[in-house]
Design a protein around this ligand. Sequence first.
Ligand code: HEM
Length: 451
Amino acid sequence: HKYSSYNPPPGSLGFPLIGQSISLLRALRSNTDYQWYQDRIKKYGPVSKMSVFGSPTVLMAGPASNHFVFSNQDLIFTQTKAINVLIGHSIMTLSGDELKQVRSALQGYLSPEMVTKYVWKMDEEVRRHIDLNWVGHKTIKVAPLAKRLTFNIISSVMFGQGAAPFREALAIDFEKVVRAALSIPVNIPFTKFNKGLSASRRIRKLLRQIAHEREAAFQQGYCSSADDFFTYMLALHSEGKHSLTVEDIVDNAILLLIAGYETSSVLITFLIRQLANEPDILGKITDEQEEIARNKGPNKPLTWNDVSRMKYTWKVAMETLRTVPALLGSFRTATKDIEYRGYHIPKGSQIFTAQIVTHLDANFFDEPSKFDPSRFDNLSSIPPYCFVPFGGGPRMCPGNEFARTETSVAMHYLVRQFRWKLCCKEEGYRKDATPMPVLGLPIELETRSAP
Ligand code: HEM
């Protein structure tokens, strides 16, 4: 109240700790969150205060707010309190020089030059996954399989075969951590948060063990920086590019793994769901992929060059991300008192911007409920900061090329080999940290061509 004309954003914080969490969670689970945000915006305008996921929060809506949130230097990247406890000292908790070093290391690890080297691993994982889980099956559940596929891809890229014997157990524990991400961070036995915390301890123990093995191999000159994430980070450390300890590298590995598998699996799941209802779009993707396959020898793995030609496939993926963003939005924390649109936002406030607010706004996307990949024919026709599935500004997702590549590789094999029908046409989806079809998206499969 040091300002003479102190003007906080409108809205209320609700009940202590709980605030509006229950009402927002309910909206997310019933997939009515767009309406929930609209109701708030109608009542309070594009900037309003509330309390969600354990913290007082300012909701900011619209492209100008997105720009402000993504680029303002006084807002630091935050996640829910639960995520901070579960993941530890990762890039998400850093600022200043430490952040610059880690961001640059992770960005390098996920740069197009590096992703070029991962394409064959992605190709190998996708083919193995399809042979094991799709070929010969009449019905399958897409969502858990997509999670397993993207988990196997990121762990194969990050740890090579180092984690292969533990993958199954790791995948189950990572799922528990992800499910605890939006929970209220109070450690009561048998709650989601409690299970997530135990899982995160087991993951940390295992990754620490792998990291120390890689450290020993690196010091003896048995491995190089392209082999796996730990060696890559240790090599950068030896060149003086960052000062992370092995513990810090493990925490960042946990973050990278979660960021790398959960979101991409959502994209693949909803892409498959959408294509079941869009025969024309599926036909066009198939033509594009057949053309790429025709120019290759049989059984030759895909290359970076092939993936770069999958342009239509990626437009359909972007339209999927517009209608069903893989993440709710972005959280930041104000490191000092700030002012936005005449409102004073005190230091320490959490700030949240939801992607769906602009993605489904008819002012920016004609007929927003229509699924139309041709919107992306001309990217410059989309107003800035309206399509933000990967965020924006200096903290924009560094994994977008990785995600584009693995999704395109997966679609290359799926659309050429199979056709599918939704087992339950009316199946809805709910958002529980990330969107998820309520039944896991069971589909009936028909083989189109021999693998
Ligand atoms: C469809 C897939 C994906 C989507 C939609 C997505 C979306 C996002 C979004 C919205 C953010 C937050 C940006 C912000 O708040 O400003 C983010 C951050 C991040 N993503 Fe992704 N992501 C995807 C895939 C990936 C993949 C495959 C990886 C790694 C292999 C990855 C690694 C990261 C990392 C490390 C961050 C944190 C960046 C930082 O702290 O500066 N993401 N992602």
